[in-house]
Write a protein that binds this ligand. Sequence first.
Ligand SMILES: *[C@@H]1O[C@H](CO)[C@@H](O)[C@H](O)[C@H]1NC(C)=O
Ligand SMILES: *[C@@H]1O[C@H](CO)[C@@H](O)[C@H](O)[C@H]1NC(C)=O
Ligand SMILES: *[C@@H]1O[C@H](CO)[C@@H](O)[C@H](O)[C@H]1NC(C)=O
Ligand SMILES: *[C@@H]1O[C@H](CO)[C@@H](O)[C@H](O)[C@H]1NC(C)=O
Ligand SMILES: *[C@@H]1O[C@H](CO)[C@@H](O)[C@H](O)[C@H]1NC(C)=O
Length: 322
Amino acid sequence: MPFQLSMFHLSAIALLLLSSAILNHGRVTSQPEVCVSHDQPNPLADLFPNNATGVLNATLLIIPIALETARRLIPPQYGILERAYRDLLPDFPAGMYPVLMQAAHDHDVQFKAYGITIDDFSRVGFEFPFLDLLNDGHSSFRWAPSQLITATHDIALQGSRDYGTVVSPATWDPPCDAYRALPNGNTFFRGQSTTSPTEFIELETTTRHRLAAAANPYPLELFKNITNQPTFANASSCDNMIRWFNTTMSAGTAVVQGRVRARNAFPYLGGEERAWDGVWGVQVATPFIENNYLSCGSMRGYRGTGGAGDSFVESESRGGEL
Ligand SMILES: *[C@@H]1O[C@H](CO)[C@@H](O)[C@H](O)[C@H]1NC(C)=O
Ligand SMILES: *[C@@H]1O[C@H](CO)[C@@H](O)[C@H](O)[C@H]1NC(C)=O
Ligand SMILES: *[C@@H]1O[C@H](CO)[C@@H](O)[C@H](O)[C@H]1NC(C)=O
Ligand SMILES: *[C@@H]1O[C@H](CO)[C@@H](O)[C@H](O)[C@H]1NC(C)=O
Ligand SMILES: *[C@@H]1O[C@H](CO)[C@@H](O)[C@H](O)[C@H]1NC(C)=O
């Protein structure tokens, strides 16, 4: 019953999508689609027609950095909830902090009740989880200060900038998928800024099967926890993205290990090219529901969804032990 909802209750992104959709006769397009994604369709659009839903096909890697470095990079007003990540990762090396490298393809994003779909887009960035945004000593938030985002996608670019994110428009290899296979069997993903020629982020990873995957230090629970933390950039508002790890889509989850290379893409790299080798993570596709531009204070004590059913599907084909 969408029209019983007052407009006031629609999130700002809904209004943005709605008004663009009206202007574009029902379909929000920024550019004609140049290629077809391999991603599976959005299974949540029918279940949550009054919400923004979609699919994120992602490579998620943990880059361990010194806590001192993290303390220097993260704005001083946000405490680091070391206890929260040690709870999930008891063996994480002392004096270290887990940065998330998130490289993803956003697919089949819909606002079903209004007949709205938006074009797919790609994005990549360094993200800083387990931050005490509200200074309450226990609610974990994730700081995502900068992103490369598909250059032709005005809605995604503006949607991210509205959080105060430093956004670089970018082109992608592959252009419309989460990664592609290289001749050596590895997977590859690269975002290249269109406004600053030296700025890029690139990932090359190898899928680790059973024996090798046993050395993976990070349980899938860690990625579920981090990707479900409310996200902010300048803390004027927070993004609540609910990612489901319990659908058949996640059955192809793979343990991966590889290399991240980046230059300039994160304001604190100081213009240098940096590389991190041998970092571990997963390739996982999850459907999501996204509630945009919430007051961060309203997310105090947010614990993800929790509860029965909020589990994982067994990993099968590509996976190692997770
Ligand atoms: C994720 O992307 C890869 C690379 O394009 C593709 O092979 C895989 O099927 C996708 N997974 C899902 C669940 O869409
Ligand atoms: C869907 O959107 C409504 C209105 O913004 C919100 O109250 C509700 O929590 C959202 N549903 C989910 C599952 O997040
Ligand atoms: C955060 O960014 C938004 C969007 O650019 C802006 O409107 C807002 O004033 C900024 N807030 C702070 C505290 O810098
Ligand atoms: C993440 O894990 C911490 C530590 O166990 C917990 O306090 C928090 O509620 C979890 N957050 C989410 C979003 O699952
Ligand atoms: C799957 O997980 C989501 C959130 O993580 C939960 O809300 C939902 O009930 C679960 N669905 C099933 C079928 O278990």
